[in-house]
Design a protein around this ligand. Structure first.
Ligand code: GDP
Length: 322
């Protein structure tokens, strides 16, 4: 039985193996996704994002427990923020620990945020599709981030949960980056610490004042203490309510259309990046253009145009099938 068939049959082993190929964005991964794609679209995809140390992993562990109690199966994709400089990773230890164990109804996978070609989203979206095809009811996508990265992940998910903690001091940053517009549920975690109530109040007034990109849903601001397990049932309620809200009218459809668009754009970027930045993309013309731009004889825009034109005329069909 092929890996994709194994995934459809509910094998976590096949899922784990195919996940490695999807993360590497290799031929086996693409062929698997091509086969599985018609079996996707059923899961509720939930992004969980916030600054490092906000308690995302702790909160997700607690949320998994609550969702299981409610008879949902749960897939988790934890995006490991691999620094392009150090190659280091800072993923929450809790998720790492959980990943090594196996529970019925739960599949946890961490992946590097950047593939070899530098694209975050293609592999992320692929991993979401994979877990979706694997039959998980809820897929939690954990990302560390502030600002634009949160907006990026917000484009790929149905529901975005934004975590803040007292004393993190970046609420103003959130406003500037426009992240609040994308948040569907806002969590003030570490509500056992001083300042949680003030932060929640501040966030509530920001939410009321900020323009909504996402229609007429008013994002609730919830207080949780992930370590104590407090506020987790309310968080589960809010996430489930949001999905029910999306299912009224054509909201879910619209959101998935936006996600599809974002995924395609990321895929285009990745294909082009791979085409032009891989070692074998070097040739005489490219070398000459690089010299021209370095010597200020040509702008990078003009050089990019020439390379794209040549690509278009020489390879009308690049054979990308997934
Ligand atoms: P992540 O980096 O966002 O995944 O954060 P972690 O889940 O690894 O948590 C970071 C630290 O915050 C850990 O020491 C947790 O025990 C602690 N933490 C998480 N949730 C809470 C909470 O609700 N209250 C308090 N006081 N500490 C918490």
């Amino acid at each position: 039985m092929g890996l994709a068939d194994g995934v459809l049959a509910g094998s976590q082993r096949a899922l784990a193996r195919l996940a490695t190929h999807v993360e590497n964005d290799d031929d086996v991964g693409r062929a698997g996704l091509l086969k599985l794609f018609p079996h996707t679209g059923r899961a509720h995809v939930v992004g969980v994002t916030g600054p490092p140390g906000a308690g995302k992993s702790t909160l997700i562990s607690a949320l998994i427990g609550t969702l299981l109690e409610r008879r949902f199966t749960v897939g988790v994709v934890a995006i490991d923020p691999t620094s392009p400089f150090s190659g280091g990773a800072t993923l929450g230890d809790r998720i790492r620990m959980l990943e090594r164990q196996s529970f019925p109804g739960v599949f946890i996978r961490s992946m590097a945020s950047r593939g070899r070609t530098g694209g975050l989203a293609p592999a992320t979206a692929g991993m979401i599709h994979l877990l979706d095809a694997g039959g998980y009811d809820v897929i939690l996508v954990e990302t560390v981030g502030v600002g634009q990265e949160q907006v990026d992940i917000g484009c790929l998910v149905d529901t975005l949960v934004l975590i803040q903690v007292p004393g993190s001091g970046d609420a103003v940053q959130l406003l500037k980056a426009g992240v609040l517009e994308f948040a569907d549920v806002i969590v003030v975690n570490k509500a056992d610490l001083v300042g949680a109530e003030d932060l929640a109040r501040g966030l509530r007034s920001m939410v009321t004042a900020s323009p909504r990109d996402r229609g007429d849903w008013s994002p609730p601001v919830l207080r949780c203490s992930a370590t104590k397990g407090e506020g987790i049932p309310q968080l589960a309620d809010a996430v489930i309510d949001h999905f029910a809200f999306l299912k009224t009218d054509d909201r879910l459809q619209r959101r998935r259309r936006a996600a599809a668009k974002s995924e395609i754009v990321d895929r285009v970027n990745a294909v082009i990046a791979r085409r032009f930045s891989s070692a074998d993309a070097r040739d005489d013309l490219t070398d000459r253009l690089v010299d021209d731009v370095a010597q200020r004889r040509m702008t990078s825009f003009a050089a990019a145009r020439i390379l794209l034109d040549r690509w278009r005329s020489s390879e009308p069909n690049t054979g990308e099938s997934s």
